[in-house]
Write a protein that binds this ligand. Sequence first.
Ligand SMILES: Cc1ncc(COP(=O)(O)O)c(C=O)c1O
Length: 129
Amino acid sequence: MHAAGRGCGQAFLTEIFVAEDIMLVTDEIYEHILFPPHKHICPATLPGMRQRTVVVQSISKTASATGWRIGWIIAPPAITLKVRAVHDSIVIQAPTPLQKGAERFLCVAKTQPPGLVVGLERGFLCKID
Ligand SMILES: Cc1ncc(COP(=O)(O)O)c(C=O)c1O
């Protein structure tokens, strides 16, 4: 969801989602790969959007672990219940060692000063240049 005009655009879009009772599924896998001056804003944090947003995340890009297939969603409880039921019968689980690796990455990222995942965009800028 790109909200042109920042504040105004976001308010306009969230008004539509609320008024029309629309759910938003947002893939935020590239959350930490941003080109300045852009900033990531999770739509679930916008007024009225928490109960109508499903945030999809993965360690794929943030931890440079593409292919591990370790991800998660953040959603209202009623939705996570259904997603877990489907996930359990379709996906089963990612390999345990990869889950442990992802857990370790997230624990380290949580306890480090901000900056562990800063600068991920530099690798892409090099490729562009
Ligand atoms: C936008 C986007 N979402 C999701 C995925 C899937 O991520 P994962 O490697 O965790 O399956 C990718 C993978 O490249 C992606 O580009």
